[in-house]
Write a protein that binds this ligand. Sequence first.
Ligand code: SF4
Length: 690
Amino acid sequence: MPGGAVTYQTVPSSCRLCPAACGVLVTLERGPDGARILDVAGDPDHPLSEGYTCTKGRAGADLHHHPERLDQPLLGRPGAGRGTASWDQTLGLVAAGVRRIVEESGPGAVAAYRGSAAPFDAAGDAVAAALFTGLGAARFDSLTLNASAKSRVGELMTGARVPWPSPDLLHTDNLLLVGQNPLVSHGHGTAVPNPVVNLRLVQARGTIVVVDPRESETAHLADVHVQLRPGTDPAFLAYVVREAFRFGVDEAALATCTRTRSVEEVRSRVLPWTPERTATVCGVDPDVLEQARDALLKGTPIAAATGTGTTMSPSANATEWLVWVLTMLTGSLDVRGGTIFHPGFLHPIERVRPEPAVDPGERAATRPDLAPVAGTLPTAALADEILAGNVRALFVLGGNPALSLPDSEKVRAALQRLDLLVVGDVRHTETTDLANVVLPLAGQFERADLTAGTNLPVVFAQYTPALVAPVAQRRSAAAVFGELGRRLGLPALGPDAPALPDPVTDDAVLGALAAGARVGWPTVVAARHGLVVDAPGPGWLLPNLLPRKIDLAPPELVHRFTAFEGLLPSPVRLALVPRRLPRQVNSALRDVGMQSALGPFPTLLMHPFDAAERGILDGSVVEVSTELAAVVASAEVTEAIRPGAVSLPMGWETPNVNLLTADDDCDPHTGMPRLSTFTVEVRLAPRADD
Ligand code: SF4
């Protein structure tokens, strides 16, 4: 930076690329031409991550300066006159388009898709949500791609919208992970910061049982790995529940918070799951089942968590249900060291009791078979709604539906049919490539933020200011959607909420959001490394705050349990289970810097038996197909995957696993599409001259 003094500074902040919310130290270079981010490293003074970051977090500087970052608003589709525009022109065009579509087709013709990255921008997410609620827009959430069961099962069992149960990671000596690989994912529903250290601490106190068809990074570390056939998690859990009954349950304690007849219903349902039958269905050695049972039923509370390995499969509801049942029967739910409920930071649970679960509301006209979940429509209905003309304008924030929804080909055709596809993102994606309006949003270090998620293992809050000014025309999502709301006459933070601050800045919105938080805003702002906040410990929810006693056997869930075997791929064919690589967060970050440190590129994992049967070698180019489509991948022949299962990472364009999935194969109670545990054929890819 010639012609002026250059200074260097290292400041604390937080990584907002995934829910683990690690504390980071960001080194800035400031000069006459502005500021550059030079380095992102772990913050040893952060109370949760204690200096840990993953390779993605440490690539924060590359991400900030990435050549694919969006710098200017774009109008028009690629190949159809796309060009840069001013913000005034862009927001004017969007507001006029929305007004016209609402006048012609009603507010439901405008829809919003909230991707998994949206909640990592607290102010932007809140302002956008207020705008879409005010508009009466149809709401779709990527949670309905991988977490519907977590919401719906809790509602069916308790009659209330309760927080998702999560393991008391910091106190447990008895951890059960079903289809979850926190060493790579850093949790699902619950964040697992500093995963190796925290899991080793669990092991120093007790044991970890991992249930997964693959010897994942976490399974490799576990004390017991139940490497079962994909989708048979309910069988394994039914066996453990049966054993819990056999060992004796505390009937008096159960009677205080559960419907007695429902306990008996569960007992009769799990009785047939003898060790022999379970071993056969799961394809697991009976000794392993016994080891898992002895670890889990050793008498201390079970801290249980499920991950996308099960929540994206047709066994999701039955698995989630049996985890609830197991933790209830063993006195593990809502107790220290067991499976707990987060009491909230922004909305302390003492002041906001769980709402009764009510009728989930209006369904998508084209897909009346799919129930809404947690106030949003299942994303499996989105393409049909667009193709039928019911949705004409779609806003996408923090997501990449062109890649992450089932049946990518149909989804992309639908997205191209929209009158208005408005995508706000920090970089080009497969979805910005289809948009006719692209909004270049500020990246994580260009905006102020608050990390205070109910997914964290304790009640915690960390404020970060913007560290650098946004490059070029980038703007924070809060400012963009606040301005759009003002142009559309919706300048509030929600129906019963205060007016948006004027001007709409991230800092002003965060201060307004934190008005009812556990700790005053100045205290949060002053704690630059974050602060762990005093809050009610476990035991605050059950049974006193629920509208009724817990139903341990809701008919919908019992039905899914009795049906799960019929939904499994045939044991003589191959079942595909997706996985995540260390170098990605869903479909994001695949190419950050392209550093080899970010880990391997996607391969098809296949057991040597299955490979040999098909003449496939390690490194062979193979074709993976369903009735819908075929994709090509490189085979990785390994004993880390069990025979009969194969695995491809999700969230990649090449190979795109969602070309293989369908949007009409959905769970009747959650609308969850089957994105895991589906039958595939695998063969050597035909050569070009075949
Ligand atoms: S685990 Fe990695 S991506 Fe997630 S918050 Fe921590 S550093 Fe960021």
